[in-house]
Design a protein around this ligand. Structure first.
Ligand SMILES: Nc1ncnc2c1ncn2[C@@H]1O[C@H](COP(=O)(O)OP(=O)(O)OP(=O)(O)O)[C@@H](O)[C@H]1O
Ligand SMILES: [Mg+2]
Length: 254
């Protein structure tokens, strides 16, 4: 049995007056697409920021491979971070830079490579995300889905083993969202990466997750395959999975 890529044990975090994470434990296995799903404001991004070492837990442990991220600082943390790619919630592109310069940013920062080599790498990365030839475009010229894909290309620049996606389909129309989902799916097999996808979108979660963890009220209410989660009869879960129609069934009353 392979060792997990991510191990979280009893992670706790209070922010302001709120216990945002109240004892989170999970394991993510190699090449898995692991989805963290939950309503808005439940702490999905806070959890993700712990996993990538941007927040320090009040209690608990986080291992990426055998590295104790909860306890690492400085160069040791940077060494682990070089093995991960992150697609942040707001695509977070540099708007004054071309697509090519956005994608090349991590390469210029961390690799002493020639411009020719960097240009080759950028072209390969853009091919990978279906944006062949988009080098000279400016972010403002791109659709939301294309911006996401540039963010994904940039996250892949340093050939990470583990990729985190925070709300990769939020704000996209359904066709663009489905494209990003198939990209995430394809990258797992093309690059043999492990993927963690944070989303409040049920379609995304159930569409691409090998396993889905449902975060509610600071705890993981359930972890399982999409089928397991859909079959879980607990009302809290079913209400989230099958929200009542807008206006409710009594919409005609009053
Ligand atoms: N730095 C902070 N200081 C205080 N509270 C914070 C901080 N960051 C987040 N929070 C609070 O933690 C909770 C969880 O926020 P988080 O951004 O993780 O939610 P989320 O599940 O990612 O929501 P969304 O689906 O809208 O992205 C919220 O109540 C938020 O206000
Ligand atoms: Mg969030």
């Amino acid at each position: 049995m392979d060792a997990p890529v991510i191990t979280v044990r009893d992670l706790r975090k209070r922010l302001g007056a709120v216990d945002v994470l109240r004892g989170i434990s999970l394991e993510v296995m190699p090449q898995e697409i692991f989805v963290i799903m939950g309503p808005s404001g439940t702490g999905k991004t806070v959890l993700l920021r712990h996993l990538i070492g941007l927040l320090t837990p009040d209690a608990g442990e986080i291992f990426l491979w055998d590295a104790p991220v909860h306890a690492l600082r400085g160069d040791d943390l940077d060494a682990v971070r070089l093995r991960i790619g992150v697609v942040f919630q707001s695509a977070a592109l540099f708007d004054s830079m071309t697509v090519a310069d956005n994608v090349a940013f991590p390469l210029r920062r961390h690799r002493a490579e020639s411009e020719v080599k960097i240009r080759e790498s950028v072209a390969t990365l853009l091919d990978l995300v279906g944006l062949t030839g988009a080098e000279e475009k400016m972010p403002a010229m791109l659709s939301g889905g294309m911006r996401k894909r540039v963010g994904i290309a940039r996250a892949l620049a340093l050939s990470p083993d583990l990729v985190f996606y925070d709300e990769p389909t939020a704000g996209l129309d359904p066709p663009a969202a489905r494209e990003v989902e198939s990209l995430i799916w394809r990258l797992r097999s093309d690059l043999a990466v492990t993927s963690v996808v944070v989303t409040h979108d049920l379609w995304t979660a159930f569409g691409i997750g090998d396993r889905v963890a449902v975060l509610m009220d600071g705890t993981l209410l359930a972890i399982g395959t999409p089928r397991d989660i859909m079959a879980d009869p607990r009302p809290q879960l079913q209400e989230f999975i099958h929200p009542p129609p807008v206006g409710g069934e009594r919409g005609g009353e009053g």
